[in-house]
Design a protein around this ligand. Structure first.
Ligand SMILES: Nc1ncnc2c1ncn2[C@@H]1O[C@H](COP(=O)(O)OP(=O)(O)OP(=O)(O)O)[C@@H](O)[C@H]1O
Ligand SMILES: [Mg+2]
Length: 451
């Protein structure tokens, strides 16, 4: 069927029975593009790829596989496959991929692609086989081949940090440090001295020189989490580092060279921030050399069973409980929910259910979605229900603006389970402002529910 389809689209297709056959055919007809299964009867697609690459490093190969895993994608791409498609796939998708490959063949210059050793590392891996997450695997795989800056965007709990770690752990920097910093959690001056370091006497309290995180991560990867939260001043400084590859510690005039791979992440819509003039466009483009958009869990619900399975195993072991499975109704409940907090929320939900149950099967009523909010695209206005601003009788609400503000902040914080990023988003203020207001009203910002 595929052959017919491709021939209809004006490709000349040669068929091979097995890997040896394929090598012969490719040589005989100087075939530039090979399509192969990863799993074949006698040999496998990856050794065929190796064999073909040995003879012609420029050969372009697309691998097809019945399963989508991050390791599979990384291995295929690192070994030099042009692309990777997981079955079942749509023929038009295959055609689009082939057309892309043909373009690549035409434009291929003399330069050869470097292939890295295949050793796969990283204690934790991403789970899921949906087309959406397989796309992520592929970009992760490509990102491991270079030191280009990566920008990871996506809602809270979608796995942005996990992706950043996977890129590092599978790149040639894996033996150097992975340093993570949450840009949203620190005030501007503190973040600056954390990132770039300082020299003795730079400010009160600077008793000796201190190395910054850029230098700390030298040779490795620096993960700038919540990059959308950095101030304009720091944006300029960061841009300079990205352009020049040099850092200047606070209070110093000396620049030092650093070789750091930057992976940045944000749950905010950076493009919108750029349009609003809140985020520098030049920095945005510098950051998104490689762009990864994390799909929300509700967009890839087919991954819920596999993820649940993983978390079930993890927490039964951790909590020494013999919870073996999730009942059919239980799974239906998980599938029906829309997961505003994404994979993290699913993990918490399962952890909680395992902790509380005394049965060996999790049923629908072991899950509790009442404390989570479902996220509509536009957050519903959260007007304090108990005390409307205008009393129905028409008389004026006696509370001051500050009272109302305090109440509203508290309510929102509770709604989002004290997740500061989410709360600031709902409130339409940045995190620094949230901190300031919390301090003003004596609201405790719990730190355990958020990193
Ligand atoms: N595809 C996945 N497979 C397995 N575990 C996952 C996956 N995605 C996320 N997780 C788990 O979900 C949790 C949240 O992931 P992570 O911290 O990477 O998300 P995030 O996007 O950085 O969230 P936030 O924006 O809230 O910081 C982690 O415990 C992580 O291990
Ligand atoms: Mg994160």
């Amino acid at each position: 069927m595929q052959v017919l389809f491709l021939e209809k689209n004006n490709f000349h297709v040669y068929l091979a029975e097995n890997a040896d056959d394929a090598v012969d055919e490719v040589r005989k007809h100087a075939i530039p593009l090979v399509l192969s299964d990863i799993r074949m009867e006698e040999s496998d697609g990856l050794s065929l790829l190796r064999e073909l690459k040995k003879r012609d490093p420029k050969i372009v190969m697309i691998l097809m596989t019945g399963f989508g895993s991050m390791e599979g994608a990384i291995e295929a791409i690192q070994k030099g496959a042009f692309d990777y498609i997981s079955k079942p796939f749509d023929l038009n998708k295959l055609l689009a991929l082939i057309n892309k490959a043909v373009k690549h063949i035409h434009s291929q210059n003399q330069e050869e692609k470097v292939t890295l050793p295949v050793a796969l590392e990283g204690p934790r891996t991403l789970i899921g086989r949906s087309p959406e997450i397989v796309e992520v695997y592929k970009t992760v795989a490509r990102a491991t081949l270079s030191a280009s800056t990566v920008l990871i965007m996506g809602e809270s709990g979608t796995g942005k940090e996990l992706v950043a770690r996977a890129i590092h752990a599978n790149s040639d920097r894996k033996n150097k440090k992975f340093v993570a910093v949450n840009c949203g959690a620190l005030a501007e001056t503190l973040l600056e001295s954390e990132l770039f370091g300082y020299v003795k006497g730079a400010f009160t309290g600077a008793q000796s020189d201190k190395k910054g995180l850029f230098e700390d991560a030298n040779g490795g990867t620096l993960f700038l989490d919540e990059i959308g939260d950095i101030t304009q001043g720091l944006q300029v400084k960061l841009l300079r580092v990205l352009q020049e590859g040099e850092v200047k510690p606070v209070g110093s005039n000396e620049l030092s060279k650093v070789n750091v791979r930057i992976v940045a992440a944000t749950h905010r819509n950076l493009e919108k921030l750029v349009q609003e003039g809140k985020f520098r466009e030049d920095l945005f483009y510098r950051l998104k050399v490689i762009e990864i958009e994390m799909p929300a869990l509700r967009e890839r619900k087919e991954d819920i069973p596999e993820l649940s399975e993983l978390f079930l195993k993890k927490y039964s072991a951790k909590l020494s409980k013999k919870v073996a499975t999730i009942s059919k109704e239980g799974m239906q409940a998980l599938m029906a929910y829309n997961w505003p907090g994404n994979v993290r929320e699913l993990e918490h939900q399962i952890e909680r259910a395992v902790a509380l149950t005394s049965a060996s099967v999790l049923a629908a009523d072991d899950f509790d979605f009442s404390t989570s909010r479902t996220t509509p695209a536009i957050p519903a206005p959260m007007v304090p229900a108990a005390a409307p601003v205008l009393y129905s009788g028409g008389s004026l609400d006696p509370r001051s603006l500050e009272d109302i503000e305090k109440e509203h902040i508290l309510r929102v914080l509770k709604e989002v389970d004290y997740n500061k990023s989410k709360a600031s988003e709902v409130l339409g203020i940045d995190r620094a402002t949230l901190y300031r207001k919390a301090q003003k009203y004596g609201i405790a910002l719990k730190s355990d529910s958020e990193k």
